[in-house]
Design a protein around this ligand. Structure first.
Ligand SMILES: O=C(CO)COP(=O)(O)O
Length: 250
């Protein structure tokens, strides 16, 4: 059976002081969870959060990283810096990175390979826009993001990859994909991964759903056969709602 992974993507929210307070509240609420749990604070809040989650069941994640190891890249944050702070996982290819910061599949792939080289788990985000969905292209877009994002990634390395299916039209909008619609894309993506790698590798990989996941809809989403967790934005910003998501199966 696949593990569930519930991850909080705090995006550009929470100052380092606020992040500390939030983690202090979250830790006791999730310490006995049977799902895996991760939080992704902003870069500047990572040191404070790292100190608090050390030795706990909470995985420390970053929201992005540079596509080079080091050098003259003003304003960027490298994989080496993240590793030095104890980061274990990195979210790559989030739709906000793709649309606002114009990250291409090729750039994302470079980051994926760099993160894997340094033993970070990668949470690779994929997902279609509303326009693409309405044009009947949801699966094709996801397949292309998988193929290009994972180019050159071996089957052995796939063990360090998590996929997050986040339909862009469902992010921060209050519109959740219906469990059946989400399941259809998850199933198709698992099929695609089986084609790219093997049925065994595809069966093992965690595919999270993201997009307006809330305590009120988490159970029905997680009940789907191919949905193995959630990447949570808004509802990860308060301890009670995040813990309710982490503990959805209790
Ligand atoms: O983008 C998301 C997580 O990465 C989802 O955000 P919301 O949960 O706020 O819709």
């Amino acid at each position: 059976m696949r593990d569930y992974l519930i991850a909080g993507n705090w995006k550009m929210n929470k100052t380092p002081s606020e992040a500390k307070e939030l983690v202090k509240e979250i830790l006791p609420l999730v310490k006995d969870s049977t799902t895996k749990v991760a939080v992704a604070p902003s870069f500047v809040a990572i040191p404070a959060v790292a100190e608090l989650v050390k030795g706990t069941n909470v995985i420390l994640a970053a929201q992005n990283m540079a596509d080079d190891e080091e050098g003259a890249f003003t304003g960027e944050t490298s994989v080496l810096m993240l590793k030095d702070l104890g980061v274990e996982m990195v979210i790559l290819g989030h739709s906000e990175r793709r649309s606002i910061y114009k990250e291409s599949n090729e750039t994302i792939n470079k980051k994926v390979k760099l993160a894997l080289k340094h033993d970070l788990t990668v949470d690779l985000c994929i997902g279609e826009t509303l326009e693409e969905r309405e044009a009947g292209k949801a699966e094709a877009v996801c397949f292309e993001q998988l193929e290009k994002g994972l180019a050159g990634v071996s089957e052995a390395e796939l063990a360090n990859i998590v996929i997050a299916y986040e339909p862009v039209w469902a992010i921060g909008t209050g519109k959740t994909a219906s469990p059946e619609d989400a399941e259809a894309v998850h199933k198709a993506c698992r099929g695609k991964l089986a084609e790219m790698y093997s049925a065994a590798a595809a069966d093992k990989i965690i595919i999270q759903y993201g997009g307006s996941v809330k305590p009120a809809n988490v159970k029905e989403l997680m009940a789907m056969e191919n949905i193995d967790g959630g990447l949570i934005g808004g509802a990860s910003l308060t301890a009670d709602s995040f813990a309710a998501l982490v503990n959805f199966n209790k």
